[in-house]
Design a protein around this ligand. Structure first.
Ligand SMILES: [Zn+2]
Length: 161
């Protein structure tokens, strides 16, 4: 196999990758999944939802870490999360919510390079009762096994104190 060093490819690859960022694309173009474009935040529907009503709330700036956000962006981000929850409450009347961040690939971030909150409305008795963030659906058997493993250590904490 012949390998060619082509530095211009790198820019192309990086550019292409950046272009594929769903949030930056949504900010640039009209997008049927985007619910809100604010000065500092954007809200989109998740194309691959865990459940109906699964929303994504991201800062406008393409950053991957919390510490890269300034105080205003942090405030706006949380305010937008709160507003999104409020709207979902009104429209879909869920019994609860999972709200969270997946930071890094190991945590299951699908779009790792652009920070975003997941908001997942939940209903009593919804079928994927043990769905967790990170595109991993935990099945009860595994959860039970993990629980048992952890419980051993937690029990030790109790007895040594
Ligand atoms: Zn982006």
């Amino acid at each position: 196999m012949k390998t060619m060093w082509a530095p211009w490819r790198m820019e192309y690859i990086l550019g292409e990758k950046r272009g594929r960022c769903i949030f930056c694309s949504a900010l640039r173009d009209q997008d049927e999944l985007t619910l809100f474009k604010g000065e500092d935040t954007i809200v989109t529907m998740n194309k691959f939802p865990y459940i109906n009503g699964h929303l994504l709330v991201a800062p406008v700036r393409h950053v991957s870490n919390l510490h890269e956000l300034n105080k205003i962006e942090m405030g706006e981000l949380l305010a937008t999360v709160e507003q999104s929850v409020g709207i979902l409450k009104t429209v879909m009347k869920p019994d609860g919510f999972n709200v969270g961040l997946n930071l890094g690939k190991a945590a299951g971030a699908g779009v790792e390079e652009h920070l975003h909150f997941h908001i997942v409305p939940r209903w009593f008795g919804d079928t994927n009762a043990l769905t967790v963030f990170g595109e991993v659906r935990v099945i009860p058997e595994h959860l039970k096994a993990t629980f048992n493993n952890l419980k051993l250590y937690f029990d030790k904490i109790n007895t040594t104190n």
